[in-house]
Design a protein around this ligand. Sequence first.
Ligand SMILES: Nc1ncnc2c1ncn2[C@@H]1O[C@H](COP(=O)(O)OP(=O)(O)OP(=O)(O)O)[C@@H](O)[C@H]1O
Length: 283
Amino acid sequence: MAAHYLSVEQVEMTFETKGATTNVLKEISLGVERGEYISIIGHSGCGKSTLLNIIAGLTESTSGAVILDGKEVNAPGPDRSVVFQNHSLLPWLTVYENVSLAVNKTFARSKSKTERHEWILKNLEMVGMSHALNKRPAEISGGMKQRVGIARALSMEPKVLLLDEPFGALDALTRAHLQEEVMRIQDELGNTVIMITHDVDEAVLLSDRIVMLTNGPSARIGEVLNIDLPRPRNRIALADDAKYNHYRQEVLRFLYEKQRKVESLAEHREKAAPISSAKKAHA
Ligand SMILES: Nc1ncnc2c1ncn2[C@@H]1O[C@H](COP(=O)(O)OP(=O)(O)OP(=O)(O)O)[C@@H](O)[C@H]1O
């Protein structure tokens, strides 16, 4: 069997909290090739972030293994950089300094001071942030913060870029803009990307494959959809494309027919009698 660039092998995750045991992920196996763009989609709470954190080495799985480029992942490392939904820039540092922190750490030995400086500028230029090098996070918009987060992640030249709903907190236009940027950058650099999203259109537009998780507990990979659409992709042209719409339908069908999220009794009661919760809040 040929080895994959990244292999998730029989990963299981069980959390123990206050005596309760919850099995979140069950027998997750996935092979990712170099340069592939994978999206993970599934209903809220099914375990997407848990899976991404295991790949990142931030969470240790209960069993199974993650192998990246022949090496087992068991701690966070610069070969896997993560971009979270809520931009995790350090607020007291400028845009330039936020990226330089990662670059200086990653390339302390392999790049000279001048090379590191140029590398920081190049990565910020790639995401269109050269104009705001000396601004602090509080002085730039949410979309700009995400751009800096992406520049910081890319500047480490990771083997895998892990995106946890990177555009989730942005308005639709900014979101579309950043999706275009990420597609262009991936086209240019050939990054291997794993992205969590709730957005079906985003998943189809950006991905080579969409991994669909079943509802938890004990979420599994329900289906994997190959997105066989030529690149570069254009969202306007694709809106009328039969194949694009077929893929969209497939994901929607999985989420809303095969894995329809059944509300818990408590959630149902809450919706039926919202006043009771308002009363509770005032009690
Ligand atoms: N550290 C933890 N301890 C206990 N339970 C946890 C922990 N982390 C996650 N969980 C539980 O694991 C399940 C999956 O959580 P996770 O955040 O991975 O889901 P998700 O699919 O990313 O959700 P969302 O789409 O809402 O972000 C949830 O039931 C959550 O409560």
